[in-house]
Design a protein around this ligand. Structure first.
Ligand SMILES: C[S@@+](CC[C@H](N)C(=O)[O-])C[C@H]1O[C@@H](n2cnc3c(N)ncnc32)[C@H](O)[C@@H]1O
Length: 260
C-alpha cells in the first residue's frame, strides 16, 4: 500500500540529495571555470546561501576549498554538517535566513545554482539577500546565481520529471507549474515524489512557491545592489566558452556577479 505524506521535500534530505545530486560534477566544474575566468582574486573560500544538504559543498571541500553555508531548514543543515564531519571537514553550515545574515568570515565566491534564491518572496528580502552576500564577498570575488526567468515571449518549460536511484532506493519525481501569477510575482509548483524500496512505496506531495522574475525585473533588482556588477551571463548548459545575450525568450540563466 502507498503511504502518502503531504510535506516538504526539504524535510527529507536523503531523498532531496539523491534527486538533485546527479548534476554535481557539471556544476562544480563550471563553478571552478568561473572562478578562473571572472574572479579578480584567488578563490579559496566559498559560501553557499541556501546550501540545503550541502551536495555541492562536500564536493568542493573535497576539491580543496574552505566551504561554509546557511539554510533555513534544520534537517538539511544537520544532514550537511554530518556529512562534512564524516569526511573530516568542519561542520560549517548554519540555520539562517539567506536574506538576513551577517557573514562570519569573508569569502571569495558564493553560489546559488538552482533557483533557491527565488524562494525569497519580496523585493526587499531579495535585495537584502544580495546585500548580505555582497557584504561577505572580498573585492573581485564572485556570486554565481542560477535562476529560471519567466520568458515574456515564446514557450516555457512547465513540467519536469526525472528518476534517481541509489542501491535499493529509487525516487521518481514530477514537478509542474500549478499556478502562475505574474502580477503577484508568484509561481506555485507542485511536486510529487514516489519513493520505492524493494518492500515499500511512499509518495511525498509537496508544493513550493517561487517568486517570478522576467529579465527586466532581475535587472531592476540587481541595480539595487551596486556593489555587485554583472561580469558574465551563462545558462544551465554550464559551458564556460558560451556567454548568453538575455532576451525575451531566455529562461535558464546563470548570472556571474562580481564584487566591485
Ligand atoms: C532547491 S533547494 C537548493 C539547495 C542547494 N543549494 C542545492 O543546490 O542543492 C532550496 C533550499 O533553499 C532553502 N531555503 C528556502 N528559503 C530560504 C531562506 N530564506 N534562507 C535560507 N535557505 C532557504 C530550502 O530550505 C532548501 O534547502
Amino acid at each position: 500500500m502507498t503511504e502518502v505524506i503531504e510535506g516538504s521535500l526539504y524535510d527529507f534530505p536523503k531523498y532531496y540529495d539523491l534527486l538533485f545530486g546527479f548534476d554535481w560534477k557539471a556544476e562544480c566544474d563550471f563553478l571552478e571555470e568561473c572562478f578562473a575566468a571572472y574572479a579578480k582574486c584567488s578563490v579559496k573560500k566559498l559560501f553557499e546561501p541556501a546550501c540545503g544538504t550541502g551536495r555541492l559543498l562536500i564536493k568542493l571541500a573535497q576539491r580543496g576549498y574552505d566551504v561554509a553555508g546557511n539554510d533555513l531548514n534544520p534537517h538539511a543543515v544537520e544532514y550537511c554538517n554530518k556529512r562534512l564531519k564524516r569526511f573530516g571537514y568542519p561542520e560549517a553550515a548554519v540555520v539562517e535566513d539567506m536574506s538576513d545574515f551577517t557573514p562570519r568570515k569573508k569569502f571569495h565566491a558564493a553560489f546559488n545554482m538552482i533557483n533557491s534564491f527565488r524562494h525569497l518572496e519580496t523585493e526587499k528580502s531579495a535585495t537584502q539577500h544580495f546585500q548580505c552576500t555582497a557584504d561577505g564577498l572580498t573585492k573581485g570575488g564572485l556570486y554565481i546565481l542560477g535562476v529560471h526567468l519567466i520568458p515574456t515571449d515564446g514557450p516555457r518549460m512547465e513540467t519536469e520529471s526525472w528518476v534517481a536511484r541509489r542501491g535499493n532506493l529509487q525516487v521518481n519525481s514530477r514537478m509542474w507549474c500549478k499556478e502562475l501569477d505574474l502580477k503577484g510575482r508568484n509561481e506555485k509548483l507542485g511536486m510529487h515524489l514516489d519513493i520505492y524500496t524493494p518492500t515499500s512505496h511512499k509518495q511525498i506531495q509537496d508544493e513550493m512557491n517561487y517568486r517570478t522574475y522576467t529579465h527586466q525585473q532581475m535587472r531592476t533588482l540587481l541595480k539595487r545592489v551596486p556593489e555587485l556588477e554583472v561580469a558574465a551571463i551563462h545558462d544551465f548548459s554550464y559551458e564556460i566558452e558560451t556567454q548568453i545575450e538575455i532576451d525575451e525568450t531566455s529562461e535558464d540563466i546563470v548570472y556571474v556577479l562580481r564584487k566591485r
